[in-house]
Design a protein around this ligand. Structure first.
Ligand code: FES
Length: 163
């Protein structure tokens, strides 16, 4: 599938669009679709449909091909993250210390499913694998801040910090 407007469509802000096209131009030499997708996600915070179309157009492949590569890797997101992007580690060390229960409690408190964002855009919730902080297990992050030694009773106070 081709997209006639992809060469001229500005995706996001003009600065984001320019950076995306620079990254594609720089990385297409190695035909590295995964690196381009990572760069795009770094620019936009997720992979909007229009970005997928532009990448497909610029790489001379179908959008379906780009989607099939992107969906193979768990690090790619197709929905915008919340202002507070919560990621609960479900790696082994965290899981055995109750991370699964913490994840389920957050889903219940925020009324969210895996990878979803609240309608007001405030919170998003994901699970991830080891964050490299196993000594603090169970662990979650909100944006760049890591919270360790969690239990379900500590969640309200942490969520309150975000209000
Ligand atoms: S398993 Fe959770 S930080 Fe390592």
């Amino acid at each position: 599938m081709s997209c006639n407007s992809c060469s001229t469509t500005v995706v996001g802000t003009a600065e984001q669009d320019a950076t995306l096209r620079e990254q594609i131009a720089a990385l297409r030499v190695d035909n590295s679709l995964v690196q381009i997708l990572q760069a795009a996600q770094d620019i936009y915070g997720y992979l909007p449909e229009k970005v997928i179309e532009v990448i497909a157009y610029e790489m001379g492949v179908s959008s379906e091909t780009v989607y099939s590569v992107a969906t193979f890797y768990s690090q790619f997101n197709f929905n915008p993250k919340g202002k507070y992007a919560i990621s609960v580690c479900l790696g082994t060390a965290c899981y055995v210390k109750g991370a699964g229960e913490i994840y389920e409690k957050l889903k219940e408190k925020l009324n969210l499913g895996d990878g979803e964002t609240t309608p007001d855009g405030k919170f998003s919730l994901d699970a991830c694998r080891c964050m490299g902080a196993c000594g603090l297990a169970p662990v979650m992050s909100i944006n760049e801040t890591v919270y360790g030694n969690l239990n379900v009773d500590s969640l309200d106070a942490i969520l309150e910090e975000c209000k």
